[in-house]
Design a protein around this ligand. Structure first.
Ligand code: ADP
Length: 556
C-alpha cells in the first residue's frame, strides 16, 4: 500500500533551518527560531533586502477541482524542487493551512507524496502561531465594538448593522448564526452575531496584501465594522484600536521559512480563503522570495477562475508584481468529472469523458491568455491514470498547441518535474504582456461583468435589488474604485457548483456586496458561499491520534 503523506513526511531527516536558509543566502542571525526546523525572517533582514532586484515569478493554478483538490500545492513544491535540481536558485511561496479543513475533509496544504514541505505536522497544526494572532486580532475588534455599544454607545452604532463577525479556526456550522449578550444587562447588549473561520477574516486578507507592519496598521484602521443608526460607516479607526491590532500581529507579519522534503527553502505565510478573499499567500513573503531567489513558485487557491484571476487582478496589481509564467494543473480524474463522470467512478478508464472534460481546461487556458501570460499545462499524474488516457490528453494538448508536461512530483519529488521545470524556465525567458483584465476606474458593475464574461464565460450578470442598492451606497461613499474579489463556488465556472465542463448561455447572479476596505477590495457574493464551513459526517479528526512518544498518526 502507498505510504501516506504523513508517513513520507515523518521519514524525512530534516536539516536545521539555518542550513536551509543559508542555501538562499539568508544569514543565521536573520532568523527568529521556532524550534529547530521553523523560523521567521526578522524584521531588519526583510528591510535589508527590500531593494534587491526581483527574480522570476511563476504562478501555479488549476482547472475547476474535484472535492479533493487537484494538486496545486503538490505541484508548487515539486516544481520548486525540480528548479533547484536544475541549479536554479528557487523558493516557494505557499499558504498556511487552516485547522478547519485539517479536521474536516480536504487535508492539509503542505503538498503531498514526495513533494511536501516539512515539518508537516507542525505546519498543519499550530505552526508559528500566526492563526492564533489573527484570531485574537479579529476578536479584539469584536470585543471592543460590543464594549462601545455596552458602555453608552458613543459611536451611535446600530447593533443590527454590525458587519464585522467573530472568528475561530475551526469548521463549526453551529457558530454561523448566534445570539450574543443574552441574559442580564451586565452581559452586554443582546444582538445577532456569527463566526467566520479565521482564514475568512478580513484581518487575514489585510495581512496578505500589506507591505509591512505600518501598512497593515493603516489597513486595520480602514476596516468597516458597522453602520450607525443614521447609516454612517463605522471603522476600526473609530474604535481606536488599530495600534493594538498591529501589536498583536507584530510577529505574525513576518514570513515563516521551512524546508521541502529535498531541503529547499519555502516561505509559508498567510492563507486567506480563496472564495471570500483573494486566496494567495502574503505579499510580504512573495516579495521576500523574489528578492532572494532567481525563481519564485507560488500558488493561488482553487481554479484559475478564482485564484489566478484574483492573483492577477488584485494581488499583482496592488503589490506591483510582474508574473512571468503560469502553470495550469490538470488531473485526468477532474477532467473526467467535467466530462460527466460521477465522483465515485473517476478511477475507471474513460478516454471519451476525459476528452469531453478538456473544454474546462481550455477555458482556463483562455483566461490565462487573456491576461497576456505564457502558460504550460501540468498533468498531475495519479496511479489510477491509464496509459490510454495520458496519451489522449497529450495528443489533445499537442493538437491544440498547448504546451504541456506530465508531472510525477507526487511519486518522485523534484525528479518528477524536470521536464516541467525546463519548460517553465523557457517560458520565463519570454517577454509577456501581463495586464489586469479591468481598470479600477470602471464602475463596480462593469468590473464584475468583465470577470463574469471573460473568465467564467457568462453572458452577463444580474444584480439583486439588495446588490443594486449596496452598489449605489458604495458609489456614494467613494468605495467604487477598488478591485473586485469574487466569491463563487470553486467547483464550476458558473455560480452553480453542479454545472461541470465549460458551460455556455448562463448568467451570474450577484446577491450581495461586502466592502473589505482594509484588504482593499469589494467582495461580490454569488450563489451560496459559506464563510464558516461545517464538518462532514466522518471528520478526519476521528482518524487522528498521538502516541506516548508524541508521534502523530492519521494526519492525512
Ligand atoms: P490543491 O493545492 O490543489 O488543493 P494539494 O496539492 O493540496 O491540492 O493536494 C490535495 C491532496 O491530493 C493531497 O492530500 C495530496 O497528497 C493529494 N495528491 C496530490 N497530487 C496527487 C497525486 N498525483 N496522486 C495522489 N494524490 C495526490
Amino acid at each position: 500500500m502507498a505510504k501516506t503523506d504523513l508517513e513520507i513526511a515523518q521519514e524525512c531527516v530534516m536539516e536545521p533551518i539555518e542550513k536551509v536558509a543559508a542555501k538562499i543566502g539568508i544569514p543565521a542571525d536573520s532568523l527568529e527560531h521556532y524550534g529547530k526546523y521553523k523560523a521567521k525572517l526578522s524584521f531588519d533582514y526583510l528591510k535589508s533586502i527590500e531593494n534587491n532586484p526581483h527574480g522570476k515569478l511563476v504562478l501555479v493554478t488549476a482547472i475547476n477541482p474535484t472535492k479533493a483538490g487537484e494538486g496545486k500545492s503538490t505541484t508548487t513544491v515539486g516544481l520548486g524542487d525540480a528548479l533547484n535540481r536544475l541549479g536554479k536558485k528557487t523558493m516557494m511561496a505557499l499558504r498556511e493551512p487552516s485547522l478547519g479543513p485539517v479536521f474536516g475533509l480536504k487535508g492539509g496544504a503542505t503538498g503531498g507524496g514526495y513533494a511536501q514541505v516539512v515539518p508537516m505536522e507542525d505546519i498543519n497544526l499550530h505552526f508559528t502561531g500566526d492563526m492564533h494572532a489573527i484570531t485574537t486580532a479579529n476578536n479584539l475588534v469584536s470585543a471592543c465594538l460590543d464594549n462601545v455599544i455596552h458602555q453608552g454607545n458613543e459611536l451611535n452604532i446600530d447593533p443590527e448593522k454590525v458587519t464585522f463577525k467573530r472568528c475561530l479556526d475551526m469548521n463549526d456550522r453551529t457558530l454561523r448564526n448566534i445570539t450574543i449578550g443574552c441574559g442580564a444587562k451586565a452581559n452586554g447588549v443582546e444582538r445577532k452575531d456569527g463566526f467566520n473561520i479565521t482564514v475568512a477574516s478580513e484581518i487575514m486578507a489585510a495581512l496578505c496584501l500589506a507591505d509591512d507592519l505600518m501598512d497593515l496598521k493603516k489597513r486595520f484602521g480602514k476596516m468597516l465594522v458597522a453602520y450607525t443608526y443614521d447609516d454612517k460607516p463605522v471603522y476600526v479607526h473609530d474604535l481606536g484600536i488599530e495600534g493594538a491590532l498591529a501589536m498583536v500581529m507584530k510577529d505574525a507579519v513576518l514570513p515563516n521559512i521551512v524546508q521541502t522534503l529535498e531541503h529547499n527553502p519555502a516561505l509559508i505565510h498567510g492563507g486567506p480563503f480563496a472564495n471570500i478573499a483573494h486566496g494567495c499567500n502574503s505579499v510580504i513573503a512573495t516579495k521576500a522570495c523574489l528578492e532572494l531567489a532567481d525563481y519564485t513558485v507560488t500558488e493561488a487557491g482553487f481554479g484559475a477562475d478564482l485564484g489566478a484571476e484574483k492573483f492577477l487582478d488584485i494581488k499583482c496589481r496592488l503589490a506591483d508584481l510582474k508574473p512571468n509564467a503560469v502553470v495550469i494543473v490538470a488531473t485526468i480524474r477532474a477532467l473526467k468529472q467535467h466530462g460527466g463522470i460521477a465522483l465515485e467512478d473517476l478511477k475507471e478508464e474513460n478516454v471519451e469523458a476525459m476528452l469531453a472534460g478538456c473544454e474546462n481546461l481550455a477555458k482556463h487556458i483562455d483566461t490565462v491568455q487573456q491576461f497576456g501570460l505564457p502558460y504550460i499545462v501540468a498533468i498531475n499524474e495519479f496511479v489510477t491514470d491509464t496509459p490510454a488516457e495520458v496519451a489522449a490528453l497529450e495528443k489533445w494538448c499537442e493538437e491544440n498547441n498547448h504546451p504541456m508536461s506530465l508531472s510525477q512530483v507526487w511519486a518522485k519529488g523534484g525528479e518528477g518535474a524536470i521536464d516541467l521545470a525546463n519548460k517553465v524556465v523557457a517560458l520565463c525567458d519570454q517577454e509577456n504582456n501581463y495586464a489586469p483584465l479591468y481598470d479600477l476606474d470602471k464602475t463596480i458593475e462593469e468590473k464584475i461583468e468583465t470577470i463574469a464574461k471573460k473568465v467564467y464565460g457568462a453572458d452577463g450578470v444580474d444584480f439583486t435589488e439588495e446588490a443594486q442598492s449596496q452598489i449605489a451606497k458604495f458609489n456614494e461613499l467613494g468605495w467604487d474604485k477598488l478591485p473586485i474579489c469574487m466569491a463563487k463556488t470553486q467547483m464550476s465556472l458558473s455560480d452553480d457548483g453542479k454545472v461541470m465542463g465549460r458551460p455556455t448561455g448562463f448568467r451570474i447572479t450577484v446577491r450581495e456586496l461586502r466592502p473589505s476596505l482594509g484588504a482593499g477590495f469589494i467582495v461580490a457574493l454569488t450563489g451560496k458561499v459559506l464563510t464558516m464551513p461545517g464538518l462532514p459526517k466522518h471528520p478526519s479528526a476521528l482518524d487522528m491520534d498521538v502516541d506516548e512518544d508524541g508521534k502523530i498518526v492519521g494526519l492525512f
